[in-house]
Write a protein that binds this ligand. Structure first.
Ligand code: ATP
Length: 371
């Protein structure tokens, strides 16, 4: 099997990529060049000069994939994923975990797809432009609470090296509302921005997306604004954009999950009391993501209580479109943060971010489950 390179990140996740590769992956591959990365940036350095572009057996988490794609786009690389990271969002989306599964076999599914000659699946890339710089992501691009949690948890890394720092950062940011305006852009293949209708369980054209102006403008404040490509979850059980799997999207689109608190019938205006009272509802919505993505069916009753009946006013707005623009309010520092696959960027004052999906042709693909 010529032109096969295994990249093993020894610090990913629980640091077991080298032992897992040696015990379970290497014996399945006849002819492979093996590289253990020694530092951040090593993986793309190795792959940059190999011609023709190799198939990459990647024993790591999403971060190493992000690093390779960012450095080498628009290269033609196919990835065989062996999930050895902390979250493994892309792998868990391609191969949703099932109860009772054998741990080793679970992790070998992309290898098995490659070995049986399955065609690789094309990846979509979100390109977020901020002050002329482009950040690529193959999983998530976000603002608001998700970006804030990642940003503030970094400051806690020294004191809290484990994942509890995300919980602390989430609590620190739970009463923040983000002042900004967002504009959603239709995909090239569609005349409209689409919004999910829980009652019919289908995407429908957004009523504000017309032939004259197919874009949709959303006024803040926002609590949550998160777009995904290629994935329906950010961790094996955190299924934040479940429709990316339940209702397969057309190519070059993103799914966007938005939570705007002023839609709640119980919230009349943005006050400190209203923000405090809304915290429990934020956790209820995000808790729904952990219940197999139940949050997409949540609606408000007339008192603002969140119910799981898909019949009233949806709590989240779930869009499918070709990209978005984000205009933060000048006086709201945290609204200037943007997360692209875990890396945080800051929008300069009086500026904005623009995210579009696959603006430049590329040929990254991944061996997944295409049955
Ligand atoms: N030898 C090394 N020492 C330190 N950092 C490394 C080394 N090799 C690779 N890296 C860096 O490790 C980072 C994190 O790796 P990776 O994303 O694979 O694991 P993770 O963060 O545990 O998983 P996930 O992204 O799924 O949560 C990558 O951005 C990569 O640049």
């Amino acid at each position: 099997m010529a032109n096969l390179v295994a990249i093993i990140n020894p610090v990913s996740g629980a640091a077991d990529a080298p032992s897992f590769f040696a015990a379970h992956v290497r014996p399945l591959l006849a002819d492979v060049t093996v590289v253990h990365t020694t530092d951040a940036g090593h993986a793309p350095r190795v792959l940059r000069d190999i011609q023709p572009p190799p198939t990459v057996v990647l024993c790591s988490g999403d971060g190493t994939l992000h690093e390779i794609i960012t450095a080498l786009a628009p290269a033609a690389l196919s990835f065989v994923l062996v999930p050895c990271g902390t979250a493994n969002a892309l792998y868990a989306s391609l191969f949703p975990p099932a109860p009772g599964q054998d741990d080793v076999e679970y992790k070998l599914q992309s290898v098995r797809a490659f070995l049986r000659g399955a065609p690789p699946i094309h990846l979509s890339l979100a390109a977020t432009t901020i002050a002329g710089q482009v950040a690529l992501s193959s999983v998530v691009a976000s603002t608001s609470l998700h970006a804030s949690i990642l940003h503030h948890s970094e400051a806690l890394r020294k004191t809290h090296p484990g994942i509890e720092r995300f919980k602390i950062a989430a609590e620190q940011n739970s009463t923040k509302w983000y002042r900004a305006r967002a504009k959603l852009l239709p995909a090239p293949s569609s005349a409209n921005v689409q919004i999910y209708d829980p009652q019919s369980n289908a995407f429908v054209p957004h009523p504000g997306s017309t032939n004259d102006d197919p874009t949709v403008t959303l006024d803040g404040p926002f609590v949550y604004f998160l777009s995904t490509v290629n994935v329906d979850r950010l961790e094996p059980q955190f299924r934040i954009s479940p429709l990316a799997r339940r209702i397969p999207p057309p190519p070059s689109t993103c799914d966007i999950v938005v939570l705007r608190p002023l839609r709640d019938p119980a919230v009349k205006e943005d006050t400190p009391e209203a923000r405090s009272a809304y915290v429990a509802k934020i956790w209820k919505v995000l808790g729904g993501a952990y219940q197999d993505g139940a949050h997409v069916r949540f609606t408000y009753n007339t008192d603002g209580k969140i119910v799981d009946d898909a019949k009233g006013l949806p709590v989240i707005e779930y869009f499918r479109c070709g990209g978005w623009e984000w205009y933060p309010h000048d006086q709201d520092e945290d609204a200037h943060l943007v997360c692209a696959d875990g890396t945080i960027f800051e929008i300069p004052k009086n500026d904005h971010a623009v995210c579009s999906i696959d603006p430049v042709p590329h040929a990254f693909s991944v061996y997944g489950n295409n049955n």
